[in-house]
Design a protein around this ligand. Structure first.
Ligand code: GLN
Length: 250
């Protein structure tokens, strides 16, 4: 499935995390090292970032592979930000194609990505879908599993749940009914929340300065910390909190 990342810290050019490292997200789009499901991530990509004094992020998404976008290197060189979330997509069978189905999904101040797949899509989703209104279901960004997972998370965020609770709650909504993989990633530009539920996740933390959360490490340095499976991570540059997620009653 896809690979994703989120960064909080001093302003950096997008290229610093997206294209320059030896095993950056860019390279992971055709040569991921730890991806267990799917081989290449060529079904779209996206980056969302926060600009000074504007709480609503900007997004750049495309339906094709990141390496085929001739405009992206220029953007990655000149855009600087202290908060971003990016993903490269390997579409799950049966899901829609196109830019609207590429992460990051966005609403209000939020950026969201789902690395994984719902195995019973759409058959197993009735109980979770019942949490959403018709208007929420009809305004899905795309007819794909990840847009549906985002709708569940956004429903909780708009009800006032903190980001970590919203992701843990979304897994609790889905996991009793679907054996899918649910590595979720969310930011509002101030905090990163992420889950491990079937795929890998690492972080690199410079305390008081920056935090980078990634599906797989960008290099072979020993500064990466692997997050155990079934874990909720809530991170700021100051602090990383890890909480074990509950297994559902099936
Ligand atoms: N279910 C996701 C999709 O179809 C899979 C890609 C990913 O892992 N993000 O977009």
């Amino acid at each position: 499935m896809c690979r994703h990342l989120a960064y909080l810290g001093p302003p950096i050019a997008l290229r610093t995390v997206l294209t320059e490292p030896e095993h950056s997200l860019y390279r992971q789009s055709w040569a991921p090292r730890e991806q267990r499901h799917g081989t290449v991530n060529a079904d779209g990509f996206g980056v969302g970032w926060y600009a000074d004094r504007d709480p609503v992020p900007a997004r750049y998404r495309r339906e094709g592979p990141i390496w085929a976008d001739a405009s992206f290197p220029d953007l990655a060189r000149v855009i600087s930000t202290g908060a971003l979330l990016a993903a490269v997509r390997s579409a799950t069978e049966g899901g829609a194609a196109g830019e609207n189905a590429a992460a990051p999904f966005a609403a209000d101040r939020w950026l969201f990505s789902h690395n994984g797949a719902l195995t019973g899509w759409p058959g197993t989703l009735e109980p979770a879908a019942a949490r959403l209104s018709a208007a929420e279901l009809l305004s899905l960004d795309a007819r794909c599993d990840s847009a549906f997972v985002w709708a569940l998370a956004l429903h909780r965020l708009r009800a006032g749940e903190p980001p970590g609770d919203a992701l843990a709650g979304t897994i609790a909504d889905l996991a009793p009914h679907d054996r899918g993989r649910l590595n979720l990633l969310l930011t509002d530009g101030a905090v990163i929340a992420a889950t491990t539920w079937g795929d890998t996740l690492y972080y690199r933390h410079e305390p008081g300065r920056s935090v980078l959360v990634v599906s797989e490490p960008h290099d072979d340095e020993d500064t990466w910390v692997r997050v155990p499976d079934r874990t909720l991570l809530v991170a700021t540059p100051d602090e990383i909190q890890l909480t074990t997620l509950k297994e559902p009653n099936r």
